[in-house]
Design a protein. Structure first.
Length: 439
């Protein structure tokens, strides 16, 4: 993309409404624009990052055999009356009437709807196990929408639902989700720690939240510092192998790690004092096992091998896709701006032409641009006739991992400057070496 043809409305002034750095940078770097309280338009570069995050989520779900689908945002209240949640959900649910006077609502989550899809189509144990998921907009009328996309009212969530014959099968699905989530967050450059949590209005016994440690997080967390040494990394795992998935679950949940909702001071005291940590965290996901709560209420049953009819065991699993942009920026920025991890960056490399109109500079930039495109990478070329200071400022703020600076002096000597956004290290090299380094 050429900057001269792009839509990147970078703000000159610091937006006053932003209380935390990710919100400020998302507004300043032209990623989002507030439409109304807790509701945002996603501008081209913000949308690009959102799509890359979605893509990682899809790839990791597919790896575990989970199936993507899409359910509507507007739902009839009837199903929610059947499950008993229409009244129980409270003021976070946005309720509307259609022209016929029927009660409708904007989906805050989709256990009811997916269970209805299931009960209409699945009758036999032979069709299990089944995990369906979607990435869809949700609406929750939060009391205090704030911190930009971190606590929006309209937000993008990945929500997945497993249907299994037995509790044991459903707990395997639970473990499988833990593994997919660990992989998903790591690919985004995040450490998200699974912590024992409280199930809230979703209901159920087993639940873990995934928290990214950050001072601006809304949850208070307590953990054994050893847990921060764990990474899933690039291990191979067979998602059908129950023991292997259980081993990952055990490894990642055996040390003390809880949110304030489930914190147990006596248990925490058993952690050696030098390893006890109290901090703040951002909830970027949660997994639940809730058994037959919805399948019983909605009559989602299957025939067993013996011909008995039994309610299916279920769980649900969420990732805050739009919140992740905020969480990533909270975890990865400096005083100049965002530092995108490679996995989610909107463009792989920025090309900065220091003298637009100079035949040598222009041709080196065009050459770089073409080479990156041929290599399947996405370059952003700052071809605007602007002051160098402004161009550097924008490039640093939008946080692409690499910058290549092309100036007349270097061009004469056959070199360009390659700068790493994270370390600030700069090195002069030939065009072909710069391309090779980034590929
Ligand atoms: P919170 O405790 O932050 O209100 P939640 O526990 O109500 O979140 P879940 O029902 O577990 O949310 O939804 C799954 C994920 O969706 C959360 O882990 C979070 O990452 C994301 N999410 C929830 N509410 C919001 C929101 N208002 N804005 C952005 N993301 C959200
Ligand atoms: Mg909530
Ligand atoms: Mg929560
Ligand atoms: Mg939650």
């Amino acid at each position: 993309m050429r900057m001269s043809r792009y839509f990147l409305p970078v703000l000159k002034e610091t937006p006053r409404e932003a209380q935390i750095v990710s919100h400020r940078l998302m507004l300043q770097a032209g990623l989002i624009k507030q439409a109304s309280a807790g509701i945002y338009s996603w501008l081209p570069m913000g949308y690009k990052v959102l799509r890359r995050i979605e893509q990682i989520v899809h790839e990791e779900q597919a790896r575990a055999g989970h199936l993507a689908m899409l359910m509507p945002t507007m739902q009839s209240a009837d199903l929610w009356r059947e499950s008993g949640r229409y009244d129980a959900y409270g003021d976070e649910m946005l309720r509307v009437k259609d022209r016929g006077g029927r009660d409708m609502l904007f989906t805050p989550t989709a256990e009811e709807l997916v269970t209805d899809v299931f009960r209409a189509n699945v009758n036999s144990y032979k069709d299990l196990p089944l995990t369906l998921y979607q990435i869809q907009w949700k609406f929750r009328d939060e009391v205090r929408p704030r911190f930009g996309v971190m606590r929006g009212r309209e937000f993008l969530m990945k929500d997945g639902y497993n249907f299994d014959l037995t509790k044991e099968d459903a707990l395997h699905a639970y473990n499988r989700h833990l593994v997919t989530y660990l992989r998903t967050y790591e690919r985004m450059g995040l450490q998200a720690i699974p912590m024992r949590a409280d199930s809230g209005p979703i209901g159920g016994d087993d639940t873990h939240e995934f928290l990214v440690l950050a001072e601006t997080g809304e949850s208070e967390v307590f953990y054994d510092s050893q847990i921060t040494d764990l990474t899933f990394g690039d291990r191979e795992i067979d998602f059908d192998d129950r023991a292997a998935c259980q081993a990952v679950m055990d490894e990642f949940t055996s040390r003390y790690a809880r949110t304030d909702e489930t914190h147990d001071a006596a248990l925490f005291a058993e952690v050696p004092e030098e390893r006890r940590r109290t901090a703040r965290g951002i909830e970027v996901g949660q997994i639940f096992y809730f058994g037959t709560k919805y399948s019983e209420a909605l009559g989602a049953t299957v025939q067993t091998r013996d011909g008995d009819s039994v309610p299916v065991h279920m769980g649900s699993h969420g990732i805050g896709v739009s919140r992740l942009l905020g969480a990533i920026i909270e975890a990865s920025h400096d005083d100049k701006g965002i530092i995108w991890p490679e996995g989610v960056t909107p463009f792989h490399v920025g090309i900065l032409n220091m003298r637009v109109g100079d035949a040598g500079c222009d041709s080196v930039c065009d050459d770089l641009y073409a080479q990156f495109q041929t290599a399947g990478l996405d370059p952003l070329y700052d071809d605007r006739d602007e002051r160098a200071g402004a161009k550097f400022g924008t490039m640093d703020m939008i946080g692409l991992p690499w910058r290549i600076t092309v100036g007349p002096r270097g061009v004469k000597n056959g070199v360009v400057e390659l700068t790493c956004r994270r370390t600030g290290e700069a090195e002069e090299m030939s065009v072909s070496d710069a391309v090779a380094r980034i590929k």
